[in-house]
Structure formats: C-alpha cells, structure tokens
Write a new protein. Structure first.
Length: 211
C-alpha cells in the first residue's frame, strides 16, 4: 500500500494513504519503483492536491522517488511543496528544488529565502509542532502528507491528523515496507476501478495552536 497523510492545520487534518498492497505493504524494496495504485487512483490523488494548500514528503521519499508533487494529471492549481530535510542532504537536482512552484524545506541548519524556494530552520524539539506552526503563520491551512513510511508514522503517532485516506491495491509484493498502523473510525469504502479507497476519521485529533 502506498500511504499519504493529509492534514488541514487550522480546522482539519487528514492522513491520506495513496497505495497499500493487499498484503499490508506500502512499497516494495529500496530499489523497487513500481506503481501500487492504478491510474484512476493516481488521478484522484492529483485532484486532492489541487484542493489543498500544500503537500509534504520526507527525506527518503524525496530522494527515492524524486517527486514533482504537482497536479499534472488534473486541472487546478499546484500546491505548495513541503519537504523535511533536517540535515540539508538532498541533492539540488531533485524536481522539488526546480522552483517551478513554491517550495518550503524544513531543516535544522539554515533560514534562507529564494524565488519559490524557502529554507526554514527549526530546532530539534517538537519538530512537527514547529513545522505546523510555521505553515499556519504563513497562511497555509492544509497539508497532505504523502510519505514516506517514517514521516507518515510521525504524523499518525503525534495525533496531528484529521483524516486518513487509504487506497488499497489488489497487487502484492513479496517484501517491502509495512504500512503504518493507526487507530481511526472507518467512515467509508469506495471502489476505484480495482482499488479500494478507505476513509478514516481521527477521533483524538491533537490541535495545532499558533505560537
């Protein structure tokens, strides 16, 4: 299963999982770049991106997938791209740094502003809380967290999510990364041309308070 978390900072927080395999994995091995979800599900994810303020990925997903995080498979505005790169180790050649759309890199090293590319320094304490406060102070009201596994788990365990959208594929891999585990109320299941979309609600939402 591939996973995506969506969080709306001020009023809603959502966890969206873009692809989970039937056997409970969210990806294959480290060098396995196969798609899990189908074309219909992927188009839906691009629609979701167009409806929210921002989309977030962690270091490993940025490095392994080199995502563009735009809405090329849907009509609408591109979201602000949010990247967690604590030690600023990601190569500058990644799509995320091409300045084609506004991008914010949260890190522990520096504060720097460029055209469409901002580096925001946080301290190592309550990293996610600081990150969400920074986004809220910049007028960003919602964020989709699209991965990877560690980043999703961080949001899920912190309670900083409103909704989880899990797209389950009928495919299976022999090995790979285990899908995040979380507690939430199942609201609905929708069929998407062979995939299944499960919508969960967090009944114990942790609020984000602007500091």
């Amino acid at each position: 299963m591939s996973s995506e978390v969506m969080q709306t900072i001020a009023e809603k927080r959502r966890v969206d999982s873009k692809g989970r395999l039937r056997n409970g994995l969210i990806a294959g091995g480290p060098k396995d770049q196969r798609w899990i979800s189908n074309a219909v599900s992927r188009q839906l994810v691009h629609r979701w991106r167009s409806e929210e303020d921002s989309v977030l990925v962690g270091y490993r997903t940025a490095l392994a997938d080199n995502p563009k995080l735009n809405v090329r498979d849907w009509t609408g505005r591109n979201p602000i791209r949010i990247v967690i790169d604590k030690n600023l180790s990601l190569p500058s050649t990644l799509h995320l740094f091409d300045k084609s759309q506004k991008t914010i890199v949260f890190n522990l090293e520096k504060d720097t502003e460029h055209d469409n590319l901002s580096f925001v320094k946080l301290n190592g304490t309550d990293f996610l809380s600081q990150l969400l406060n920074q986004l809220l102070s910049r007028g960003v009201q919602s964020v989709i967290v699209e991965g990877g596994q560690a980043t999703l788990n961080s949001f899920l365990q912190s309670g900083f999510w409103d909704e989880a959208r899990v797209i389950e594929s009928s495919s299976t891999f022999l090995d790979g990364l285990e899908a995040p585990r979380f507690e939430g109320k199942l609201l609905s299941t929708t069929f998407l041309a062979g995939d299944k979309l499960h919508l969960f609600q967090n009944l114990k939402v942790k609020p984000v308070v602007l500091k």
